[in-house]
Design a protein around this ligand. Structure first.
Ligand code: NAP
Length: 449
């Protein structure tokens, strides 16, 4: 039977869902899948984006692991597309490629002062506390008052992590070096800033409610922010999520502060228009907004200066452009129709596909990526006539090429070694796992046969 060789670039949930569907698809040929990742370990944003105090969500790795453990799938980690392997290489060795590289950069806040020292992208902070090997390791939490801009789940993650005491984090997979920084944290007040109203937030109810359960934390709301308008009433009447969110805020509004050591202040209808400070962040200027009746908000011209020592913008993620692959610079995605890449002239780029956040942008929970995968795999399988014709499709030719180039790639067996090593580190301290951070150490443990 003919063998269809597919490269998937990105071993996060999007790539693994695609691989799973491909291996289980009805077809008249065999498939052989190489799953590449630029990191030495798989699982993408589940390992390096989901907050460490959310083991339930991290638990999704159990089902992802069942997929990558399959014989039809070969994991090749620590391989950077565009540097270690190029599009020309892929065309020589595969029939098609699917990019599932996600969206890992912070969307840029474009207001004045956004580049001042003390102004951070939330994604960088997340990567730091999740032990990503490629971000600077010396994150300082020596700010007392912090603004978190955005009303999505990343803003909630950042707020919760800043509000937690180190003893609440000590059982997670965070290495000691990160826990030490949390122990030294000076944070007392976290200001969560949303440019629209409390019923237009993008928080999910479960994650919002969790904030109210943090020990020694007061949640402070401003009654002036709870102005009713037609769009909010309609959302409340028709949307279950909005109803629950409304109930959570209503309960918090009647809660008496307990004089806690840390406080979370919500500021709705507050659009950040400037971050100010002489040499470093000293505050954020907010313009008061009002509901426009359609779920949006319009500025009122009234401003307020909120003194803070640091700003974390959690206003969404953005995809990274890949060499030789079309890219939509406005949306941060690979332009595509049903997962088929298209170029600037709206023409199909044969053999090139996309799935997950690099296909549709950084929205939706992990499970939403599955429907993307279904569409992309259907497109791929129905395009057989357009696939590439590789001159050397043998699996060994790819590993030989990487070896010739001196790429220290990691494999599934290597990942099992690293996984067991991390679990062993955790066991010594009664934890499920302790992560290894430096890339060289991850590779060394993985490849230490
Ligand atoms: P998001 O859900 O799109 O939220 C972005 C927030 O930033 C929105 O409140 C948006 O306001 C605001 N914003 C955008 N541009 C802004 C600007 N210039 N000034 C002020 N505010 C601005 O993005 P996210 O929080 O990065 O999350 C990405 C995806 O990952 C979401 O689907 C999320 O649910 C998911 N996620 C899930 C979890 C979990 O399940 N625990 C954890 C983390 C992330 P507007 O609404 O007004 O545009």
């Amino acid at each position: 039977m003919a063998v269809f060789r597919v490269a998937i670039v990105g071993a996060g949930p999007a790539g693994i869902f695609v691989a799973d569907l491909l291996r289980n698809s009805e077809r008249s040929f065999e498939v052989s899948i190489d799953l590449f990742d630029q990191l030495p370990a798989p699982y993408g944003l589940v390992r390096y984006g989901v907050a460490p105090d959310h083991p339930r969500i991290k638990g999704i790795v159990n089902s992802l692991r069942q997929v990558i453990d399959d014989d039809e799938i070969r994991l090749l980690g620590n391989v950077c597309y565009g540097r270690d392997i190029t599009l020309t290489d892929l065309k020589r060795h595969y029939h098609a490629v699917i990019f599932t590289t996600g969206a890992t950069k912070d969307a840029r806040l474009t207001i004045q002062g956004a580049d001042l020292p003390g102004s951070f992208g939330a994604g960088s902070f997340v990567s730091w506390y999740d032990g990503h090997p490629d971000v600077p390791r010396d994150w300082s939490l020596n700010h007392k008052a912090v603004a978190v801009i955005g009303n999505g789940n990343v803003a909630l993650d950042v707020t919760r992590m800043l509000a937690r005491r180190v003893n609440e984090l000590a059982t997670t997979e965070m290495p000691k070096s990160i826990l030490d920084q949390f122990e030294r944290s000076q944070v007392t007040d976290i200001h969560v800033i949303g440019r629209r109203g409390p019923l237009q937030v993008k928080f999910t109810p479960l994650e919002l409610r969790e904030l109210g359960e943090l020990p020694d934390v007061d949640i402070l709301l401003d009654e002036n922010d709870f102005v009713s308008d037609e769009a909010s009433e309609l959302a409340k009447a028709t949307n279950k999520q909005t109803q629950i969110i409304d109930r959570v805020f209503t309960a918090w509004r009647s809660r008496e502060p307990i004089g806690a050591n840390r406080r979370i202040h919500f500021h709705f209808h507050s659009k950040p228009i400037e971050i100010f400070g002489a040499n470093q962040v000293e505050g954020v200027r907010l313009e008061r907004t009002e509901p426009d009746g359609e779920g949006g908000a319009r500025g009122t011209g009234r401003t307020l200066d909120l003194p803070v020592d640091a700003v974390y913008s959690a206003i969404g993620y953005f995809g990274t452009e890949l060499p030789d692959i079309p890219f939509d610079r406005l949306r941060g995605v690979i332009p595509n129709r049903a997962g088929r890449a298209i170029d600037d002239s709206d023409q199909r780029v044969h053999g090139v596909y996309a799935s997950g956040w690099i296909k549709r942008g950084p929205v939706g929970l992990i499970g939403a990526t599955k429907s993307d995968a279904i569409e992309t795999v259907q497109s791929l399988l129905s395009d057989q006539a357009d696939w590439w014709t590789p001159s050397d499709p043998s699996p060994d030719s790819v590993t030989s090429l990487l070896k010739d180039r001196g790429v220290k790639f990691t494999t599934l067996e290597g990942w099992h070694r690293l996984d067991e090593y991390e679990i062993g580190l955790g066991a010594r301290e009664g934890r499920q796992r302790v992560k290894v951070i430096p890339r060289e150490q991850m590779v060394e443990i993985s490849n230490n046969v």
